[in-house]
Design a protein around this ligand. Structure first.
Ligand SMILES: Cc1cc2nc3c(=O)[nH]c(=O)nc-3n(C[C@H](O)[C@H](O)[C@H](O)COP(=O)(O)OP(=O)(O)OC[C@H]3O[C@@H](n4cnc5c(N)ncnc54)[C@H](O)[C@@H]3O)c2cc1C
Length: 284
């Protein structure tokens, strides 16, 4: 197995262009597990840990641009203010060791339906920045990035450079059901982001469909019927929960049944909307 070790982003793009079969390696918390269990044996690994710009984040163009190698620990320590939903999700990932090594870019690269970054990225309206040597930069809205189970819109010669997330303008929440409290893959998860300036609510569903996805009909319901100057109508919150559950396409597996996932998702949606709404009203 070849081990490619670029030290700049341009070298990394060149290496991926010349060796599209090379598997990128960031924190290695997915890749090394797969190698250890012999799930795959790639001809080459492309180690990105020596590319410093991948580990930095910055505010630019009204977005928080998070380098693909930024760890969950950094998101928690440095970005809980502007990105509370993503930071909440990051707090639920694995253990301290996994949060130190694992990255948001690696979560996107793996594109697992159960990845915890995806629901808050969808709810916030994030955009994924990918790049190839031959075709340059492509900006892919998170909602178009996930194509199937562990399949994304990334081409074989492309790398994820960063993810651009709009800073929160209203309350955000992430909630996850697991078979225990820590070190657990989500049975299902849900993220909500209130966008008061646009009178809009964003959603993200995790681990309850082949891909992470938005609950679009539920979002449309709130865009139509939510009165932003009044307490939350419990009947509206209930319908919101139902539509979120309907937006999912869960399966039965070792972690939970499809029926349980749909039910739990409805509860998470109603609950997170209520928390976010209460925060919004208190602040207003
Ligand atoms: C014990 C344990 C607990 C875990 N718990 C959770 C959890 O609670 N929630 C959760 O969501 N995940 C969890 N994971 C999975 C994993 O930690 C996350 O998916 C993490 O975000 C992966 O990041 P990484 O930097 O380690 O990625 P890596 O393992 O380095 O890479 C992951 C994938 O992304 C690709 N990739 C990496 N960087 C790039 C790039 N720049 N461009 C293109 N492709 C790239 C790789 O080729 C690979 O396919 C857990 C893993 C372990 C081992």
């Amino acid at each position: 197995m070849d081990f490619l070790r670029p030290t700049t982003w341009q070298e990394a793009l060149a290496a991926k262009a010349d060796r599209p079969d090379a598997v990128p390696l960031q924190g290695g918390t997915d890749v090394m597990v797969e190698l250890n269990f012999d799930v795959r044996r790639p001809a080459a690994l492309l180690d990105l840990t020596r590319v410093p710009e991948l580990r930095a984040w910055e505010m630019t163009g009204g977005y928080c641009r998070i380098g693909a190698g930024v760890s969950y620990a950094t998101v928690i320590e440095e970005l809980s203010g502007p990105l509370p939903g993503l930071a909440q999700a990051a707090r639920t990932v694995g253990s301290p060791q996994i949060r130190n090594r694992g990255s948001v870019g690696g979560n996107l690269g793996a594109a697992s339906p159960a990845g915890d970054s995806h629901p808050p990225l969808l709810a916030a309206g994030a955009v994924v920045e990918v790049e190839s040597r031959e075709r340059g930069v492509r900006m892919i809205p998170a909602a178009e990035f996930y194509l199937g189970v562990k399949r994304s819109a990334l081409e074989p010669d492309e790398l994820i450079r960063a993810v651009h997330v709009p800073p929160a303008t209203g309350p955000q929440y992430f909630s996850k059901v697991g078979t225990r409290n820590a070190m657990v893959i989500a049975v299902c998860s849900f993220a909500i982001a209130l966008h008061p300036r646009e009178r809009r609510v964003g959603t993200g569903i995790g681990s309850a469909a082949p891909t992470p996805r938005r609950a679009r009909e539920a979002e449309e319901l709130l865009a139509r019927e939510l009165d932003w100057s009044a307490p939350l109508d419990p009947a509206l919150a209930h319908r919101f929960g139902e539509l979120c559950a309907r937006a999912a396409a869960p399966i039965d597996d070792v972690r939970g049944s499809a029926a349980y996932r749909a039910h739990a998702l409805g509860v998470l949606a109603r609950r997170t909307l209520t928390w976010a709404w209460n925060d919004y009203r208190r602040a207003a």
